[in-house]
Design a protein around this ligand. Structure first.
Ligand SMILES: [Fe+2]
Ligand SMILES: [Fe+2]
Length: 344
């Protein structure tokens, strides 16, 4: 076996860093953009849970994924859940396309139907139940890949308490992410200086976050969406901390483009996955074009120009699920606006 010198090994490591951005450009250009509904539907006939955009299936998306699934009439996701359901240290959104049902999230009941969206708070216990006589068809998107890459992906399921990491059995399991101590010394004394205060804030952070998450907006109803004109066209913000959600990684917008019109063009550093919820159209991604239809999924490569065109006779509605907030929090924000929409 060839033995490399220290110099060779460490020169290679340096070049790996130097080459990475250029290599990544190539991976973005080569990634799959369009996922057609008829093919997804065929797979859903064989299995009720189909991953669509997922790094484990070759997608170049590093921060979130999207899957379709079906909950059969009068059943529940995760059969045999009876009380808590499950929870995870990833952010999740669920968008319902067909059927009616309800979710229990940290003991609260939320009823939903087609066009409604749930922003499931990080690490909240939750269950989703189909109350209707028809199958529930839905998509879900989570920051699973991001949490896995950070080494912080924890999935706790009421059926498998032997794999729980944080939950203590009993009431605490419903309330706390990391049951933590206070900032007092063992003798009960509280230190009064700036450094001690800053450290106490650090210890209290998880509990404080927990309270903010529990107070945040969870259910967004289709009828409550407010569309307003922007440089990209008519947009309704669906999940964003500026409208009452406590999201740190996932954001959601709904875009609407009238027949014969086009959106603005832009590019950005965050990952974006689009679900076509109504109408048909065309997208230009850099120098490529793709025709899409209702229920198709688009995976937008990072920092590639993209623009949407409504080529049908119905309004085109696109649900854009992105990890802009995660990138903002990492200081990696950059959005370039190109051509503006032609209808605002
Ligand atoms: Fe979940
Ligand atoms: Fe975009």
């Amino acid at each position: 076996m060839e033995v490399k010198s220290v110099k060779e090994v460490h020169t290679e490591l340096l070049m790996h860093s130097v080459r990475f951005a250029k290599d990544e450009q190539g991976r973005r250009k080569g990634q799959d953009v369009l996922f057609k509904w008829p093919e997804i539907e065929k797979k859903l006939g064989e299995h009720k849970h189909i991953y669509v955009v997922d790094a484990r299936l070759g997608s170049n998306n590093h921060t979130h994924r999207l899957w379709y699934d079906i909950i059969p009439p009068h059943t529940e996701e995760g059969q045999d859940w009876r009380t808590l359901g499950h929870r995870h240290t990833v952010e999740a959104i669920i968008y319902f396309l067909k059927g009616h049902g309800h979710s229990i999230i940290d003991g609260e009941r939320y009823d939903w139907g087609p066009g409604d969206l749930l922003s499931v708070p990080m690490f909240s216990w939750h269950r989703h139940i189909n109350d209707s006589n028809e199958p529930v068809l839905r998509i879900a998107s989570t920051t699973g890949p991001l949490s896995l890459a950070l080494g912080q992906a924890v999935y706790e399921d009421e059926r498998f308490p032997e794999f729980w990491i944080y939950a203590q059995e009993g009431e605490d399991a419903r309330k706390t992410l990391i049951p933590g101590g206070g900032a007092q010394l063992d003798n009960g004394q509280t230190l009064r200086n700036r450094s001690a205060e800053m450290y106490a804030e650090q210890v209290a952070f998880a509990m404080h976050e927990e309270q903010l998450r529990r107070k945040s907006k969870v259910l967004v109803r289709q009828k409550d969406l407010v569309f307003e004109p922007t440089a990209m066209g008519n947009l309704a913000y669906v999940v964003d901390p500026r409208i009452g959600c406590h999201s740190k990684a996932l954001g959601v917008v709904m875009a609407e483009i009238p027949p014969g019109k086009r959106s603005g063009a832009h590019r950005h550093l965050y990952d974006e996955i689009d679900l076509i919820v109504g109408g048909k159209g065309k997208i230009i991604v850099e120098d490529k074009e793709f025709d899409f239809d209702t229920l198709d999924v688009l995976s937008i490569p990072v920092f590639q120009w993209h623009q949407y065109f409504n080529t049908g006779s119905e309004p085109l509605r696109i649900l854009g699920i992105n990890t802009r907030l995660a990138m903002d929090n990492l200081g990696l924000s950059l959005t370039h606006q190109g051509e503006h929409a032609d209808y605002v």
